[in-house]
Write a protein that binds this ligand. Structure first.
Ligand code: AMP
Length: 187
């Protein structure tokens, strides 16, 4: 199964991705993690993106699309892809469709973790202390939420028409969300 986890920053996409990876013996594709890895390696990409990442801005489609491309085409990962934080714009959604089509795959499930703004801001403030992420500071937290509303929300309107789209209340406890996700997975 190829699954997209969709929702604002702090919705719990990472947590549920890890659950799905374990359950389905699948592979998480977190563009945020891939980008943080580039920064850690101090690669050419890392040097280009470090400031925008810290400011909570989006990284260009060119860079992000390239990072996921080889993972989508990796035969070992075929039909075992869990997308976390990608796509985040309509053009990324179109790119993903193109890549999947060209590798004879499709999206089997789109899980939208719906969480209200107040809960998100509270969760990210908490994560700021727990994970010490450079982009989890009070200013960028709000900016990232606004960016989500502006650029990522339109992807939601697009995906909500897909027959494989499922909405889950992301404000629930982790275990409760996992239980609901289980009902959409036929293994
Ligand atoms: P995340 O770990 O998913 O919260 O992503 C952290 C940061 O990485 C975001 O605030 C963006 O700066 C960048 N990023 C992650 N995924 C994408 C994406 N699909 N498109 C553009 N920027 C991204």
């Amino acid at each position: 199964m190829n699954i997209i986890l969709f929702g604002p920053p702090g919705a719990g996409k990472g947590t549920q991705s890890k659950y799905l990876v374990n359950k389905l013996k699948a592979f998480q594709i977190s563009t945020g993690d891939l980008l943080r890895e580039e920064i850690k390696k101090n690669s050419d990409i890392g040097k280009i993106i470090i400031n925008d990442m810290t400011d909570g801005k989006f990284i260009s489609d060119d860079i992000v699309n390239k990072l996921i491309e080889k993972l989508v085409f990796d035969p070992q990962k075929k039909n075992k892809l869990i997308f976390d934080g990608y796509p985040r714009s309509l053009s990324q959604a179109k790119n993903l469709e193109f890549l999947l089509k060209n590798s004879n795959q499709s999206i089997d499930l789109i899980l939208f973790l719906n969480v209200d703004k107040e809960t998100i801001l509270k969760r990210l403030e908490k994560r700021k202390i727990l994970e010490n992420r450079s982009d989890d500071n009070s200013e960028t937290i709000v900016r990232r939420y606004e960016k989500y509303m502006e650029t990522t929300k339109p992807v939601l309107n697009y995906y909500s028409k897909n027959p494989n789209f499922q909405e889950i209340d992301g404000g629930l406890e982790i275990e409760e969300i996992t239980r609901k996700i289980d009902t959409f997975i036929n293994v």
